[in-house]
Design a protein around this ligand. Structure first.
Ligand code: MN
Length: 274
């Protein structure tokens, strides 16, 4: 496997863990990145696993119809069409995160719009459209599993970077994986500020002319690198990164179990020492 692909797969595992550790993702939600040398493919975990636990060995390739390129017995994410349909609709999108972030849910439930209320929050763009699955598909289980549902969501996203999903969550896109991670975390922070501001009165969004310069500034390479280092460090302190080296000759499934248990073992040892 080429080194740049190996590095990107590791970055995708790291992005999953960062977004989980920062409260964007819980046991649900998923992150993907477009394949670096074939825009008609994307990379996503091959199995429906909690993002905090994703490791490079989980990552598989999918085509834009969200079919895995290699046959696998693993159960994939049921909502993976979200990723394929957005990559089909938006050639500029390189990474996608679908989430049910607690910070965003009050807006998804009430239908009240999220607006940029801080300079960092401006990375969400000028607006986040609201997609109501029932408007087109009637009563469903709220999951986006059919290609036509994914295409409808992609149409609602339009040219924007965030789409809120009624009573469900949101989908965020980026022109790079690290930009996606930054926008997703900053969006949740913005939503919390906006919610808290309702306690004091009416939240005042940025002026329309402030959104693009603020958003662009906070997605500059320097700002993203500074935040990325901070998020990786926080993940490291939590014991969820880096992954321990796999013992030679151990099958991936066994190695995965060891990987999961080791931070917990380390934590309990530390406690005993205290
Ligand atoms: Mn979902």
């Amino acid at each position: 496997m080429p080194e740049h692909l190996t590095n990107l797969i590791e970055e995708l595992a790291l992005a999953n863990r960062i977004l989980a550790h920062e409260g964007v993702l819980d046991a649900f939600g998923h992150v993907s990145v477009r394949h670096p040398s074939d825009p008609a493919r994307y990379l996503l975990s091959s199995r429906a696993r909690a993002p905090l636990l994703i490791e490079p060995d989980d990552v598989a390739e999918y085509n834009l119809d969200s079919e895995p390129l290699k046959r696998s017995t693993a159960r994939p994410y049921s909502e993976r069409v979200i990723h394929g349909c957005i990559y089909q609709a938006r050639s500029d999108v390189i990474a996608v995160c679908h989430n049910h972030a607690p910070a965003l849910m009050p807006f998804c439930v009430s239908g009240r719009p999220i607006v940029p209320v801080s300079h960092v929050g401006a990375t969400m763009g000028d607006q986040a459209p609201f997609w109501d699955q029932a408007a087109e598909f009637g009563d469903t289980n709220l999951l986006v599993v059919k290609p036509e549902e994914g295409r409808s969501l992609a149409r609602a996203l339009g040219r924007h970077f965030v789409v809120l999903m009624r009573r469900h969550g949101s989908t965020v896109v980026g022109t790079s994986l690290k930009e996606l991670v930054a926008r997703s975390i900053f969006l949740c922070e913005n939503a919390r500020y906006q919610m808290q501001a309702y306690l004091l009165g009416t939240p005042m969004p940025l002026r329309p002319g402030e959104v693009k310069p603020s958003g662009d500034g906070n997605l500059s390479a320097g700002v993203i690198a500074r935040n990325w280092e901070y998020w990786v460090h926080r993940l490291h302190l939590s014991g969820n990164w880096p992954l321990p080296a796999k013992p030679a000759g151990v099958a991936p499934a066994k190695a995965a179990r060891r990987t999961q248990s080791r931070p917990a073992r380390a934590a309990s040892k530390k406690k005993k020492r205290r």
